[in-house]
Each structure stands twice: as C-alpha cells, then as structure tokens.
Design a protein around this ligand. Structure first.
Ligand code: HEM
Ligand code: HEM
Ligand SMILES: [Fe+2]
Length: 445
C-alpha cells in the first residue's frame, strides 16, 4: 500500500462480505421453498426473500466496487484520498440505507419492481450517498498528479452507474413505460457501465500482477469499452421484445445483444494474453487466479449463457423462467462477484502487511465456490428447461410445473452448500488477515 487513506477500502470489503453472507442465507430460504419446504413463509414469504437476496447482492457488489475505487484511485492518481472521515461517513450511511431497505421489505415497505424494490423516498438517500462517494473519488482524481486511463475508465463506470440510477426513480402510471425505463437501470448497469468498472479493476490488477507495460494493457481497455458500448446500448432491446414496445425492437435487440458476448470474450482473451506475456514473478498467485477466473467465468455466464436466450425466437419461451435465474447466477458471480474477490485478494496483503496468500484455504475457497456455482447453474438450467416445456409448451399450470421440478432443487441446494463452504473459507481468510495498519505502508517519494 502506498497511501494511508487506501485503508478505507478494508471496511468497504468487510461490509461487502457481511452482506454476501446474508444474501446466501436468503438464497437457501428460496432453495428450500422451491423444494417444497416453505416453512418460513409466514415470516419471509418467497417474494420478500427474493427481493432481499437480489438487493443484498447489488449492495455487496457496490460496496466492493467502492472499496476497490478507494484503494485504486489514490494509487493511480498518486495522491491521498481527499477526506478519510467523509469516506467513513459514506460507508456508514451506505450500510444504514441498505439495512433500512432490507428490513422494510419484511414489512411490505417496498416497490414490486424486480431489482428496484427500494421505495422512492429511500432512493433519495441512495442518491446523496453516491454523490458523496463520487465527490470524494473525483476530487482525489483531479487533485492527484496523474490521470491514468485505468482510473478514468473506473471513474467513468462509477459516474455513469450513478447517473443511470435516475431513470428508475421517475414515476410512470403506464406499465410498459415503467418497464421500459427500468431496463435503463438494470440492463445498462450490468451490460454497460458495470463492465467499465470491471474493466478498470481488471486492468489495475493486471498491471500490478503481471508486470506488463501499462500502455499495452490500457490499449486493450479502449477495445473493451468500445465493444461494450457498441453492443450493450442497443442490446437493451432484448428486454423490449414482448412488453408492449414497437416491433422493431425484435430486430435491433436480437442483433445487438447477440454481439454483447464479444466484449466479454475480449476481456477473457485480454486477461489470458496478459498473463502469458507477464513475468509470473508476483507472489500473490491467488489474486492472479481470481483475476483469470473472473475473465473466463464471466465469458461463460454472461456471454455464452446470455447468448443462449437472447434471440427473440428463444426468449419468447424462456422469458422470466428459471432459465433466466441460471444465467443470472453465473453472470453475476463470474463478472462482478469474482472481480470483487480478486481485488480483495490482491489488496489484503498490501493493507495488512501479512502475506497469507499461499494457503490451502485460499485454493479451496476458489475451487469450491466455483464448482458449487457451476453446479447451481446446471441445476437451474435443468429446472428451467423442464419448466419451459411443461408450462409454456404443454400448457401446464405454473404451480403444477413448479411441483414437477422440485427434485432439481435438491441438487441446487447441495451445490449451493459447496459454494457456501468456498465463500466461508474466503471470509475466514479475510478475517485471518486482520485489520489494515500503517506499518504496511511502502516507502515512496
Ligand atoms: C455480467 C453481465 C450480466 C449479468 C450480471 C446479467 C444478469 C442478468 C439478470 C439478473 C437477468 C434477469 C433480470 C430481470 O429479469 O430483472 C438477466 C436477464 C437477461 N440477460 Fe443477462 N446478464 C449479463 C449479461 C448478459 C449478456 C451479455 C446477454 C446476452 C448475450 C444477456 C442476456 C440476457 C437476456 C436475454 C435476459 C432476459 C431474460 C428474460 O427474458 O427473462 N445477459 N441478465
Ligand atoms: C449459495 C446460495 C444461493 C442459493 C441457494 C440461491 C438461490 C436462488 C433462488 C432459489 C433464486 C430464485 C429463483 C426464482 O425466481 O425462483 C435466486 C435468485 C437470484 N440469485 Fe441466488 N442463490 C444463491 C446465491 C447467489 C449468489 C452468490 C448470487 C450472485 C452472485 C445470486 C444471484 C441471484 C440472482 C441475480 C437472482 C435473480 C435471478 C433472476 O432474476 O431470475 N444468488 N437465487
Ligand atoms: Fe440485458
């Protein structure tokens, strides 16, 4: 670690791991409910569990991204963070807004719009929180000595993510209009600006770990940003096929969303190429493993499994079924979960001064979580395809089809257990590193 203020990142990562643990608990509640054991129904009905599960996901990822930015921006800009105190205030207010929202869902204080369940009054608190975060990051960047492509791409991603939260706050009486703009948030986040955040963190990690020249790595970053925007913006059309929008979206959405995997493919090829070109001297092998992992698993989960249901001819059958959950899990995990794990693995030894990266637990954490998640994805796929045939092709009632596919959730819960052991080991290692300390500061001019 080069700057004292980078230590702030640790607490964002700690919050991130705490919320991930809670998210997993709600995942199990739903896994058991799908198996037919919905015993908690009176306290946590399925819709509540689902909203809590997905919202906690978004908040732990955002907390991870913010931690990453608080670590990366001072180092890239060569300047201390402008205010550590305000960064802690931002952290605490983020935690409070997250907790209030999630508790509120248990008392029906929510909007039933998938992923955007936070009620509008609370949205304003989110806005204030994010403005504070962006203020700190931008001020640090502009006061700093350098503005590297890596830090600009990361900041651009964070800035546009904040901006794109706003279309979800406009009030519409019309269902189609509401749905139309809901996708500006949900789709343009994960298939647009979050990819810039991922690209920025990936570039930073590769520069540090492989030792390849910054110029080479940052050239690739332009290609990734270009491919993301060319495909992702009009690719939003793959959510406009059957929601009451004009028919031209069938063609536009089909063509452009089918190109989206190219950005993920470019990221995978880029990461592997930089790894092969690199010196392989860096001791933090586990951080490298998560970095390579995120590039490859995101290509499979987002790119290939997204492509699997993105054409209108397929999506007319699979829309809103467990096929979507299949893709949603591996995409979110591979792209955004794993990049957060990668930056945590890289920064922990630097912030704490303890070099614990070579432990067997670290290896088990990587393999068990990934094998578990691939197993879960496969179980969702089997359940989803069966659901499509029974419900959409044979015309069975929704509930009857759900009963028939209960059996797949036994495998799902078993694989989720493997995944949870892996994540548990990762968090155990995180705790073992202990707190960040000033003694870990590297001398610099
Ligand atoms: C890391 C990137 C990605 C993540 C995290 C992600 C995640 C998700 C999630 C959570 C949903 C469900 C959203 C909802 O119904 O509210 C979804 C839907 C969808 N995704 Fe992705 N996705 C990613 C990339 C992609 C890509 C690259 C493609 C296409 C090639 C794609 C194709 C689709 C399609 C077609 C749907 C709609 C499914 C339906 O009609 O029910 N996704 N995605
Ligand atoms: C390990 C324990 C987990 C279990 C048992 C689990 C299970 C589930 C279940 C049963 C659903 C609801 C599917 C439905 O609508 O019927 C769901 C939704 C979802 N989960 Fe998980 N999950 C787990 C972990 C995760 C993780 C780690 C992530 C992300 C990295 C994740 C991302 C999602 C997403 C994005 C959705 C919404 C999918 C959609 O929109 O269709 N889950 N999960
Ligand atoms: Fe999309």
């Amino acid at each position: 670690m080069k700057y004292k203020s980078q230590k702030v990142a640790y607490w964002f990562f700690a919050l991130s791991m705490l919320l991930l643990s809670l998210q997993i608990i709600y995942g199990f509640v739903m896994g058991f409910a799908h198996m037919g054991y919905d015993n908690l129904h009176d306290f946590i009905p399925f819709n509540t569990a689902r909203a809590v599960h997905t919202n906690l996901l978004v908040v732990w990822l955002l907390s991870g991204f913010m931690g990453a930015a608080y670590y990366i921006i001072p180092e890239e800009a060569e300047n201390e963070l402008v205010s550590v105190k305000w960064a802690y205030i931002q952290l605490i207010s983020l935690a409070i807004v997250g907790v209030v929202a999630v508790v509120g869902y248990h008392f029906n204080y929510w909007e039933g719009r998938k992923f955007l369940e936070i009620p509008r009054p609370l949205d304003w608190l989110v806005v204030i929180n994010v403005l504070l975060f962006l203020g700190l990051i931008l001020a640090t960047l502009f006061k700093g000595k350098k503005r590297t492509t890596t830090s600009l791409v990361l900041t651009m991603g964070l800035f546009f993510a904040a901006l794109l939260y706003l279309p979800g706050m406009v009030w519409f009486d019309n269902q189609t209009m509401d749905s139309f703009f809901r996708w500006w948030v949900v789709h343009l986040w994960v298939e647009g600006v979050w990819e810039l955040i991922m690209g920025g963190i990936l570039a930073f990690l590769l520069i540090k770990i492989t030792g390849v020249d910054r110029e080479v790595i940052e050239k690739w970053l332009y290609v990734i940003v270009g491919l993301t925007f060319i495909s992702g913006i009009l690719g939003t059309g793959h959510h406009y096929y059957y929601i009451g929008t004009p028919r031209y979206w069938l063609i536009i959405g089909g063509i452009f969303s089918a190109l989206e995997p190219l950005a993920f493919l470019a990221m995978a090829l880029f990461t592997v190429a930089m790894y092969r070109k690199g010196e392989k001297k860096h001791p933090n092998k586990i951080a490298l493993q998560w970095t390579l992992g995120t590039a490859i698993v995101s290509f499979v989960g987002a790119g290939l499994l997204g492509l699997a249901h993105t054409l209108p001819q397929v999506n007319m059958w699979t829309h809103g079924t467990l096929v979507t959950a299949m893709h949603g899990h591996l995409a979110f995990w591979g792209a955004y979960g794993m990049i957060v794990f990668a930056i945590i693995s890289y920064t922990m030894p630097n912030m704490t001064g303890r070099k614990l990266y070579d432990s067997p637990n670290g290896q088990y954490a990587f393999w068990l979580s990934n094998i578990g998640m691939i197993g879960m994805t496969t179980a969702f796929a089997a359940a989803g395809v069966a659901q499509v045939y029974m419900e959409r092709i044979m015309g069975m009632e929704f509930g009857d089809a759900q009963k028939e596919i209960q059996v797949h959730f036994i495998i799902l819960v078993l694989c989720a257990t493997l995944f949870t052991v892996g994540v548990g080991l990762f968090i155990y290692e995180f705790i073992k590193y202990g707190r960040p300390t000033d003694e870990a500061l590297e001398p610099h001019q």
